[in-house]
Design a protein around this ligand. Sequence first.
Ligand SMILES: Cc1cc2nc3c(=O)[nH]c(=O)nc-3n(C[C@H](O)[C@H](O)[C@H](O)COP(=O)(O)OP(=O)(O)OC[C@H]3O[C@@H](n4cnc5c(N)ncnc54)[C@H](O)[C@@H]3O)c2cc1C
Length: 443
Amino acid sequence: MPVLKKVLIIGGGFVGLNAAKGLGNVKGVDVTLIDRNNYHLFQPLLYQVAMAALSSAEIAVPLRSLLSRYKNIRILQGEALSLDPEKKSVTTDIGRFDYDILIIACGSRHTYFGNEKWEPHAPGLKTLEQATEIRRRVLSAFERAEAEADADKMTRHLTFVVVGGGPTGVEIAGALGELSRFTLAKDFKAIDPTLSRVILIEAGPRILPSFSKKLSQKAARDLEKLGVEIWTSRRVTDITPSSIELGEERILASTVIWAAGVQASGIEMPDQIQTGPQKKIVVEKDLSLKTHPDIFVAGDQAHFSDDSGIPLPGLAPVAQQQGEFLARLIKREIKGKPRESFHYKNRGQLATIGRSRAILDFGWIKCSGFIAWLLWAVIHIYFIIGFQNRMVVMLRWASSYLSFRKGARLVVNKTWRFYGKGNQLSENPDSRSLKPEIEGGSP
Ligand SMILES: Cc1cc2nc3c(=O)[nH]c(=O)nc-3n(C[C@H](O)[C@H](O)[C@H](O)COP(=O)(O)OP(=O)(O)OC[C@H]3O[C@@H](n4cnc5c(N)ncnc54)[C@H](O)[C@@H]3O)c2cc1C
């Protein structure tokens, strides 16, 4: 009888899910997967939840249902807090867990480059809570503008600023342009949503720096057609609840969205564990730690350099391939086979602009416009987890393409109310500590 290997996976994102699937029903392996959420989130479509095109349940699936067919996998909802490599254990808010092999894949989070006080005024987009909060702010801004008599305040409500010209910032700005120019155009009486300003701010000389100059220029033109103003080579110096400053310049805006900087998420680790840029953990060619070969770190949380010495980007295919690689490595090791190195198969990159345009760079083919968008849509539908979600998302996109309507335009309040004594409606005293409510399905 082989000795049972205890594999502990922290994080049920692209790495964790694929590693767990690869180890599912494998003899001699006992897997525990711990995630702070009970679902796997398809982050590439998070901006569509923030921009009211999709509902939360369409891009997130309970981990339990995804892995229910594997008898050797235990799933727990909990937050990993610290790691003790000497005792081979991880402390979480639901207890301490021992391991023989540990996979850490907690992903990444936003950084405000030392200005963390900006976060409440300019939320980032990494989680479902943040997506629903951004949606609440955007839709509420139009609602407030409709009720506003003062012209300056109305203009402030109708000014939206997105900070960061990478793929996420471009996707948000494009969707905002479309929301104001088309989706909401006829929904209001006092205001004209088409007069809204959407400003995309980028510190570098051009948006989408990871794409070729030509594709980046094409994306900029497509954004401008949707009414987006692109401000390059500009640095944010301050953000308040009602404005954003770029040196001497001040823009009055009720809604600012942060898509500028990321750093590795993490748990408390001993000092000897080496970190690189963006606080990512430096890993060896087999994704293990130099000091602890029984600990692997992968995905957005890892700093892995390919053969040419260039660090791999924080992309879903990188995380997915690393998760699959780790499952294979563990299975080989159980059979006494030596470890191999991880090699990333780069299949290219995509970014979408609005409802029907995208840019695509697969190395051997580069294209833009509607064809690129169709490919983007097919690839995303293929990779969304769950048959039902694929069908629903496909129908939603088809309907939104034909009608310009967006399905999830509900403002879900940050605070919730309850009927207290005497059936009086009052604000829940604990509501400030609550996460925004997440709707369960399509409205
Ligand atoms: C808005 C947005 C758009 C994107 N668009 C694209 C795109 O178009 N194409 C593309 O290739 N990539 C895209 N990405 C990047 C891609 O989603 C990430 O590279 C990928 O999700 C990384 O996978 P991961 O497994 O490393 O981390 P994640 O998928 O982030 O998973 C990390 C998991 O760890 C859990 N976790 C975190 N901390 C703890 C803790 N302490 N304890 C327990 N659990 C914890 C989290 O809940 C999460 O489930 C996008 C990302 C974002 C945010």
